[in-house]
Design a protein around this ligand. Sequence first.
Ligand code: HEM
Length: 208
Amino acid sequence: MNRRVIWSLWGLAAVLSAGVAIFSYRYLLRVGPLSPDILANLYHRPWLDVHVAGAATALLVGPFQFLARLRTRHRLLHRRLGRLYVVGCLAGGVGGFVMAFGSTAGPIATVGFASLAATWIWANVQAWRLAVARRFDAHRAWMIRSFAMTFAAVMLRLYLPLFPLLGVSFVDGYRAVSFLSWVPNLILVELYLRGAFARRPILVQAAE
Ligand code: HEM
């Protein structure tokens, strides 16, 4: 892929991620527009705070981890941000998993969000384990998968306003995005890792 396209995509992803992350912190302070449906989640106390603090921080720092210059010239910073990212994903994942069972949107949303949380936690454990084992190509592949799931928070907020335009009720749209916000991301990333958008495979180890 052309460098300019890659930079534009990175910039767009970073700006959207920072916007959603910073706006999400309002739940920690309980200020600004808060969704009554979310506050009606059976397990929002204390899990919403755990979820938002971890997941929003992961979303904020995640894009920087993809900068090659940061990885090669500032390795200590890359490692520290990487730990913060993984801890954020694990806290966000545990909080998200618990809250999936308290969603007012019912069992379909529960399955969508709980499977996202479990897969997200799994990808981060794999990425961490491979970094410690110094298997950096495989580590990178799992981090790309992880961020594809972290980015679900952005996709969800891009998809949700489209449903009313298609005549779909908010709650049905919400159930749909519990899958739509991450499954297509993971499929695209898997195609990328297997070289579908390049002349040669990006990472042979992607299948690991
Ligand atoms: C990727 C895995 C994620 C999972 C499994 C997940 C799961 C959930 C669940 C189950 C809820 C409650 C939904 C309900 O009660 O119907 C929720 C709400 C929320 N999540 Fe996540 N989430 C994830 C990622 C993120 C990320 C990365 C952020 C960062 C900004 C985030 C921020 C929020 C916020 C702010 C809410 C409150 C609802 C709103 O205003 O939209 N989540 N999440």
